[in-house]
Structure formats: C-alpha cells, structure tokens
Design a protein around this ligand. Structure first.
Ligand code: TEU
Length: 549
C-alpha cells in the first residue's frame, strides 16, 4: 500500500482530495442488495491505496429513503439497512488508522416526515409549539385551499402540502421532507447537539446539504416569476428561500463549534458547503474566515468542455475564493448529476440535459473525462472524486422505468427520469452483475450494465492504461509534487485558443488540449503523466499532460 505523507493537521482540507461514497451503492457486505457501512470498511484499503485524503459519506442515518437518505428520521443513528452505530465507530477508527479523514453529511434544511418531531407536529395541531419547529401555515382564499405561496418544490409540484386539518406545510424538496424552521431556537440547539454528537465520535467534518436554504424570508412573499411568467427554481438575488442573509449566522455558529475541537489530536473539524449558487462571488460569502471552510465548485461541474469557458471558471473561482482566504475546490460529478464521462460525450450545448434525452459518444466522453481528471487534480486547492469516476463509469441512461427510485420520476409525472443513472452500484470484480458489489449472485437495488465487466476495479487495477491507473498515478504525483495542492497557477500565453496551459511553481506544467488539432508541446518537456499517448511530441485532441519544467 502507498504510504500517505502527513499534511499539517490544521490545513489538510485546503488541498484534500475527497472521495464521495454514496453508501447505498458503494459495497454491500451483508448481501441485501444495498450497500452498507461494513461494505465501506471492507473497501477502505482500496481507498487508501487509491491515494485520496478523505471520504465524504452521503447520509447514512435512519430514513425511509424516499430521497436516498436525504430524508433523515434520526440524526444520531445509522440506518439499520446500512448497519449500526458500532459499525460507524469502527469505520471512523479504521479510516483514521489508514490516514483517511471522514466527512459525513448534515441535512439541516429538512428532515423526513418520519422524524418524531414532525409526527408530533402533525398530532399537536394548529398554533402549537410542535408545529413551530416547521413551517405550517393556513392557506389563502376563503377556504384556505390556495397554498401560502407560489413556491415550487425541487422534484416537481408545489413546495406546500395540505394536511387533514387544512393547514399546509413547507417542503422545498420532496413532500416527505418538511423544512425545519430555523427561526425557532430549539431547532438551532438541536443541530448544535447533532454536530457535537458526531464530532465526539471522531468525524472530521460535515458536508452541509443545501447550505444556502435554511433561512427563509418570514413574510413568505411569492417568488418573482421570470419574464415569460414561469415560476422557476432560479435563485435570483433576494429569493425568499435561497441565499437569505440569515443563513450566515447559522454557519458562523457552526464554525465556532468546529473550532472548539482545535485542541483535539485531529485538529479543528471542517465543513464543506453544498450550495448551487452562481457566480462565485455569491458562494464566497459562505467561506469567509468565520464561516464554512470550503464549498463545492458547481460552476466547474456545469462548465462545458470548452477552453474559454473553462479558463473563465478557473479564474473566476480562484479570484473570488482567494479574496476571502478560502481554497478553491474542483468538482466534476456527484450523486445528483449526470456522470461527467457522459456529459462530456454529448454535444456541449446540451451537456447537462436529463438522462436519456440526448445522444452520447461514450468513447469521446472517456477521453475527455481522463483529460478532465488531470486538469482537476492539477488546479490549486482541493478536489472531489465521486465513487466510480475513478473507474470511468458512465451514466446509466436506460434503467428500466420500474426500477427508477429518485422522487423526480414520480413528481415529474414520469417525464424526467432523475438521478438514478449515476447511483448504480459500483462494479468491483467478476464478469457479470453484481460484479462483486455484494456476496454471491444476489442483484443490487439498481441493475448494472453488462459491459461494466470491463470497468471493474479488478479489471482496471491490472491494466496500466485504465482509468483507475491514471487516477492512481495522478494522485501519487499530486501527493509527492511540491507544486500541487494549494498554491497559485500562472497561465501560459500564446497557445492556441482551445489549449489550456499553465505552470505551477516549482517546476510543473499542465497542458489540456480541448480542441481537435494535435498541439506541439514545448521541446524540452519531460512527461510526468499523460491521459493519452503522445504522438511524436504532440498532445492529441481531448487529452491532457503533466510536464516537468
Ligand atoms: O441537493 C440539493 C439540490 O439543490 C439539488 O436539488 C440539486 O439542485 C439537484 O439535485 C441537481 O440535479 C441536495 C442533495 O445533494 C440531494 O441529493 C438531495 O435530494 C437534496 O439536497 C435534498 O436534500
């Protein structure tokens, strides 16, 4: 196994490569078709050997899984389908022994309708203190049948649902995910205590789900419709539920709690914000020195494979985040988005289109995903790898309709397939499903494509030209090279418009060719790593190279 050089305890997160585990789909130790905590434990040596610094585990709490676990019914336990608290304790300890940090997922905007406090609120009736923990309101109109506002829910339909006694409750996401009322001190104290519960168990930090949504404009104004009259999910400045100023007080409070752990051997605990906010100057507000430590860079994820736009996102990100002293992060995929091998294999004008709606060239996507990995890992700051990206998995766009599980499918009236295609269980070994995902021949909760036989860990680990081998080598160089991780970059001028070329001190250059014409590399170049074979000193199209200068 590769040894992890130690980083200074207090700033490991500024340059960390964080691997996202979606627990349902990672590895199944008990053979029930669903991944679990002991499955993750069994694969920790794989993750350590891959060369990442930290693991972020998507929600593992008790949950009816109506939104894949982002509907939490108990914030202080483990979903029995995934294991027990004792398993989680063991995982945290074993990861630490291997030099890996553990981040878990905090879902503070909403819980599950199975959370005991929501059940109590339903039972307690109008005007009760129990209801005040959520957003219960009377409707408009004579009989209260008009919802309190025009707000849409994320997965389709309205953000309000009416209950038997005539009141409505707010859910910005699924009907099963009631929003907490963060104006109520009991909610604030409850989350303080949840943070401490997990910090005391040894987790190194939290990813904060929808970090821009907890504060709401209490006057509950309607959303301003777009020019064509449509009420969209656009997070315009002044939006009643997104990026409200009040949200920062919550983050400042959590930062103080994380900092209380500064004197523990692990050092202060950290946060990464999930906030789909653009442009980067809005996001920068969340990572000011007394708030969250870092934030996912979704501008990078959304950026097409086009040189000028990539350069602009890189510059805009670094300018804005560095201005507040925060590190940049780079994100290509996660459990909510079309896997980037698929996105990059599409016509880039419709790269983000829903699964199954536009044609994809997976071979082109494969080349570009390899190049993108070298770009991402060469940029200053931290980087995220979504499970399976290191294997070059693609979005499964043709899942049979009867297995679709994402609420988007139901709530869109079976018109948008949703996010299941990036959540298909990981292929570990063997030549047919379940590809070692679980023991024996039992099939996983979502079916795997037969041709993933070529993309198993077992197949790729043996192949020096595989996606996995490229990732491992890139991560090895990144750990050892002084120029990589935090720091600055300097663009090389005078290269063709579809080539990105930059240097990092000391002695490192990254060149990415996003065009079709082979590009002549500087004559004296020594190659450290390339995503495709070079052709007589030329970098082919849709390829990237790391050079020693
Ligand atoms: O996602 C937040 C979010 O804003 C998503 O709705 C996003 O806009 C969409 O998925 C993009 O395709 C987080 C979680 O990552 C997601 O899995 C949850 O469903 C959601 O919060 C609710 O908790």
């Amino acid at each position: 196994m590769t040894e992890q050089p130690t980083r200074p305890v207090d700033d490991w997160w500024r340059s960390a490569v964080v691997y996202q585990v979606y627990p349902r789909s990672f590895a199944d130790a008990d053979g029930n078709g669903t991944g679990d905590v002991n499955g993750i434990r069994a694969r920790l040596p794989y993750l350590a050997d891959l060369g990442i610094d930290a693991i972020w585990i998507s929600p593992w709490y008790p949950s009816p899984l109506l939104d894949g676990g982002y509907d939490v019914s108990d914030y202080r336990d483990i979903n029995p389908m995934f294991g027990t608290l004792a398993d989680a304790d063991a995982l945290i300890a074993e990861a630490h022994e291997l030099g890996l940090r553990i981040l878990i997922d905090l879902v503070p905007n909403h819980c599950s309708w199975e959370h005991p406090w929501f059940k109590a609120a339903l039972a307690a009736g109008k005007g009760s203190p129990e209801r005040d923990l959520f957003w219960f309101r009377d409707g408009k109109g004579e009989d209260g049948s008009i919802p309190p506002t025009n707000w849409p829910a994320a997965f389709g339909g309205l953000a309000w649902t009416r209950i038997d006694d005539g009141q409505w409750y707010l859910h910005l996401f699924d009907v099963s995910q009631p929003d907490w009322n963060w104006d109520n001190p009991k909610v604030i104290e409850e989350f303080d205590s949840i943070l401490r519960f997990w910090f005391d168990r040894g987790v190194d930090g939290f990813r904060i789900d929808v970090a821009d949504s907890m504060a709401k404009d209490p006057s509950l104004p309607d959303i301003v419709p777009a020019a064509d009259g449509a009420v969209t999910r656009d997070k315009y400045v002044g939006h009643p539920t997104y990026d409200q100023p009040g949200v920062h007080k919550i983050h400042q409070r959590w930062r103080r709690i994380a900092d209380e752990y500064a004197d523990t051997p692990q050092g202060p605990r950290v946060f990464v914000a999930e906030a789909w906010l653009s442009p980067a100057d809005r996001l920068a507000m969340y990572v000011r020195p007394n708030e969250l430590h870092s934030a996912f860079n979704f501008d990078a994820l959304r950026c097409p494979w086009e040189a000028d736009e990539q350069r602009e996102v890189i510059d805009h990100t670094t300018e804005n985040l560095w201005a507040v002293g925060a590190p940049a992060t780079w994100v290509l995929s996660n459990h909510d988005t079309i896997r980037h091998r698929t996105r990059y294999g599409r016509d880039q004008k419709e790269a983000g289109a829903p699964a199954g709606t536009v044609p994809t060239d997976l071979e082109l996507g494969r080349r570009r995903a390899r190049a993108a990995a070298l770009l991402e890992l060469a940029l200053p700051g931290g980087a995220y790898v979504y499970q399976g990206d290191e294997l070059g998995l693609y979005e499964v766009e043709d899942l049979p309709e009867e297995v679709l599980d994402d609420p988007t499918w139901e709530r869109s009236g079976h018109t948008i397939r949703g996010r299941d295609g990036c959540r298909v269980p990981i292929p570990w070994s063997g030549t047919e499903p379940p590809f070692g995902f679980g023991p024996g021949q039992g099939q996983p909760w979502l079916p795997q494509p037969a041709d993933w036989s070529a993309l198993t860990v077992e197949a790729e680990v043996k192949d020096p030209d595989s996606h996995l081998s490229l990732y491992k080598e890139a991560l090895r160089i990144r750990r050892e090279h002084e120029a990589l991780g935090e720091g600055r970059l300097k663009w090389d001028r005078n290269c063709p418009s579809d080539v990105l070329s930059f240097t990092r001190d000391p002695g490192f250059r990254c060149v990415v060719n996003l065009g079709a014409q082979p590009y002549d590399l500087p004559a004296e170049s020594e190659v450290l790593l390339s995503s495709e074979p070079l052709d007589d000193g030329k970098l082919p199209g849709d390829a990237a190279v790391w050079l020693k200068v």
